[in-house]
Write a protein that binds this ligand. Structure first.
Ligand code: NAD
Length: 490
């Protein structure tokens, strides 16, 4: 076994181990070997990080103008670009995602910091008409304070940046707690903070080999806002902790997104969109288009096209230039996906392609799988978070909408048709935070992202993404200097 890479947490500007001295090894899902030694932080490390974030807010950072914060965000964006290869490598080692996908994602990640740098110096209050002539009234937009950012193991740096970029632009300070399954790249990111000229304590990262440390952070009295991405089950706990403390919370949770294909669609393009939606990133994306709702007349042809492409997908080493699908990211997730496949078989699903693990490759490989199912089947209803597409048929538009919306989730969806009227009509009726027409799996810093229903609360990205990190203060200025009757308003 080769030597483990050593990575440090960041608390108060200092690279550090856990106060307890404990560490844990993080595993590469392709080799099945540990590859890095990670500090196993505890609640005492969270306390120190929250204290450092509070001190930074009360210090130089709290006094800094939006122009000065923007300059630092731009520098951070440049540093991410310069270090994209290292960060992508850390992420691939932890998650088994394709290096070429992660490199592209990391090269584009600076875009989030540039976008919010552009907003940092445009945070404006308003002068408000007063009902009484002796008052000047205006509003100030102030940072909400210390932010807790809790992130999952799929795309750790992308989902972290959806929180860190607007939070820093708004003038907040932050404590990040990445997933125990993929903490490496967030620690690599932490190494860039000082170089970007961001004062000590503004960004802190605590890693831990347990969710309990995340729970301590979510409920911490020193935290003013929680921004969470992860499963719906954990999201409910985070929301309950935030409610107890009356912290605002942004929750980006799970999904079971429909792709609705009408008979007039370009079936080749739809097949390609289905492959991108559920097999890219080995299906481990919150927005995976894992439910195919297809018109009965084109079911066989579309399923044949998707199955044919699935059969050609090259599984293998995530660093291989021609690899198209890597392993599932960790043992727990692998067992979960394999469990869903056996449930699908028990419930009578027709296996159009795949349906098993791929043991010949070692690592946690699962075959890209295409199933024709009933709308009541578990695999059509629950989030698998793996490369599994479940197809059902519809007869008319109302039937299609009913099937698409028959889920407690509402993160994303797609409609495939050449009929422009139907395209917009159906997009309006799909209950989801993002709907693509004749496309799938596109996100951008400028476009809001988030879910309806069990997929979460609030939106990240876009101009209004910064509002989640700002409080509004109304300031009343008495203009005459006169003394008023203390027993009347005004
Ligand atoms: P998870 O809920 O298990 O863990 C997410 C994070 O929460 C981790 O850092 C974990 O340590 C921490 N945590 C665990 N218990 C906690 C608690 N009680 N209090 C506070 N924090 C706690 O999720 P995961 O398995 O890492 O990620 C996969 C899930 O994330 C999927 O359901 C997926 O759909 C969802 N996801 C959503 C989005 C989105 O934007 N909507 C994006 C990516 C992933």
């Amino acid at each position: 076994m080769s030597e483990l890479e050593q990575l440090s947490m960041l608390i108060g500007g200092k690279p550090t181990g856990a106060i307890s001295g404990r560490t844990f090894a993080t595993e590469n899902p392709y080799t099945g070997e540990p590859w890095a030694e990670i500090p196993d932080g505890g609640t005492e490390d969270i306390d120190a990080a929250v204290g450092a974030a509070r001190a930074a807010l009360d210090g130089e950072w709290g006094q800094m103008t939006g122009f000065a914060r923007a300059a630092r965000l731009r520098k951070l964006a440049e540093l991410i670009g310069e270090n994209a290869e290292r960060l992508a490598r850390l992420e691939v080692n932890d998650s088994g995602k394709l290096y070429r996908e992660m490199l592209g994602q990391l090269q584009g990640l600076g875009g989030w910091y540039h976008y919010y740098a552009g907003l940092a110096d445009k945070i404006e209050g308003a002068q408000i008409p007063s009902p009484n002539p002796n008052y000047l009234v205006y509003t100030r937009r102030e940072p909400v304070g210390v932010v807790a950012a809790i992130t999952p193991w799929n795309s750790p740096l992308l989902l972290m940046s959806w929180k860190v970029a607007p939070a820093l632009a708004a003038g907040c300070t932050i404590v990040i707690k990445p997933s125990e399954h993929a903490p490496g790249s967030t620690l690599g990111f932490a190494e860039l903070i000082k170089q970007a000229g961001i004062p000590d304590g503004v960004v802190n990262v605590v890693t831990a080999n347990s969710g309990e440390v995340g729970a301590h952070l979510a409920a911490h009295p020193g935290v003013d806002k929680v921004a969470f991405t992860g499963s719906t089950a954990t999201g409910r706990k985070v929301a309950a902790a935030a409610a107890e403390k009356l912290h605002p919370a942004t929750l980006e949770l799970g999904g079971k997104s429909p792709q609705v294909v009408f008979p007039d669609a370009d079936l080749q393009a739809a097949a390609n969109g289905l492959v991108a939606g559920v097999f890219a990133a080995t299906g481990q994306t919150c927005m995976a288009g894992s439910r195919l709702v297809v018109h009965e007349d084109v079911h066989d042809e579309l399923v044949r096209l998707v199955a044919e492409r699935a059969s050609q997908i090259k599984l293998g080493d995530p660093f291989g230039e021609d690899t198209e699908m890597g392993p599932v990211a960790n043992r727990m997730q692998y067992e979960k996906v394999v469990g869903y496949l056996s449930t699908a078989r028990e419930e009578g699903a027709t296996i159009e392609y795949g349906g098993s693990s791929e043991e010949s490759l070692g690592g946690y490989f699962v075959q890209p799988t295409v199933l024709s199912v009933k709308p009541t089947d578990t695999v059509f209803r629950e989030e698998v978070f793996g490369p599994v597409l479940a197809a059902v048929t519809f007869t008319d538009e109302d039937d299609a909408i009913k099937l698409a919306n028959d889920t407690p989730y509402g993160l994303a969806g797609a409609v495939w048709t050449k009929d422009v009227h139907r395209a917009h009509r159906v997009a309006a009726r799909i209950k989801a935070g993002s709907v693509w027409i004749n496309a799938y799996r596109v996100v951008a810093p400028s476009v809001p992202f988030g879910g309806f229903g069990d997929s979460g609360i609030g939106r990240e990205n876009g101009v209004h993404g910064i509002d989640a990190y700002l409080e509004t203060k109304a300031v009343w200025v008495e203009l005459t200097g006169g003394t008023r009757d203390p027993f009347t308003l005004g």
